[in-house]
Design a protein around this ligand. Structure first.
Ligand SMILES: Nc1nc2c(ncn2[C@@H]2O[C@H](COP(=O)(O)OP(=O)(O)O)[C@@H](O)[C@H]2O)c(=O)[nH]1
Ligand SMILES: [Mg+2]
Length: 221
């Protein structure tokens, strides 16, 4: 058992070192990097599709997509005429800093000021792996129930913002938005919370404004 713990610590230490290299690379290129994590199907790619339509009017954007299999999500981003790099993990349930580093040579830095990294759909493992991103966003859709922050606290504790997506479906669900917000804040009192629908676009503008504000703050620092 002790050996397993040691190995895990070694893997995470190596990951942190590579994440720091990634962050240096992003900073040298003047790219602000935001990661997205969620359960499969919460709407990460949909949120990107809607948000990038707005953000691209302000800054040059690009995406690294992480999936266990297929380049479907990268193709959805490329269909918008935006640069996308697909990382296929071949079974691994999360991106790690080394996988992101491997993708960086394909990112057209210079043409990308704001880079999104969509993680593999999973609320457990991605929480432990720093990718070198500046901001972490966790997406949870209202069809998943209110209590995900309590069940997967690490993901919510280590995120800067929570996007509660698919609010267009609220009339059909028994979902208590106030309870959901309270549970999220119980786990992470500083979590910035957005309510969005990628179908109607509601709330996505506010999310984009916040990303741009955080980006400006990072550049000023
Ligand atoms: N009703 C509704 N469906 C959504 C919304 N966002 C995403 N979806 C749907 O949810 C499914 C999964 O979305 P996707 O973006 O692929 O999720 P991902 O796996 O987290 O990237 C797709 O069928 C989307 O059309 C939303 O705001 N409202
Ligand atoms: Mg996706």
């Amino acid at each position: 058992m002790a050996k397993i713990v040691t190995l895990e610590q070694r893997i995470l230490k190596k990951n942190s070192e590579v994440a720091a290299e990634n962050r240096r690379c992003f900073d040298e290129h003047g790219a602000f990097v935001v990661s997205l994590a969620s359960s499969p199907g919460s709407g990460k790619t949909s949120l990107l599709e809607v948000a990038l339509g707005r953000l691209r009017q302000e800054v040059a954007v690009g995406v690294i997509e992480g999936d266990v299999q297929t380049d479907n999500d990268a193709r959805r981003i490329e269909a918008l005429g935006l640069p996308a790099v697909q990382v296929v993990t071949n079974g691994t349930c999360h991106l790690d800093a080394q996988m992101v580093q491997g993708a960086l040579e394909h990112v057209p830095f210079g043409q990308v000021e704001l880079l999104f990294i969509e993680n593999v759909g999973n609320l457990v493992c991605p929480a432990s792996y720093d990718l070198g991103e500046h901001l972490r966003v966790v997406v949870a859709s209202v069809t998943e129930g209110e209590d995900k922050p309590l069940k997967y606290p690490a993901m919510f504790r280590r995120s800067d913002a929570l996007v509660l997506n698919k609010i267009d479906l609220l009339p059909y669900l028994r979902y208590d938005m106030n309870a959901a917000r309270a549970m999220a804040l119980q786990v992470n009192p500083t979590l910035k919370i957005f309510e969005t629908s990628c179908v109607t676009g509601e709330g996505v503008g506010e999310f984009c404004e916040w990303i741009l504000e955080q980006m400006a703050r990072n550049h000023a620092a």
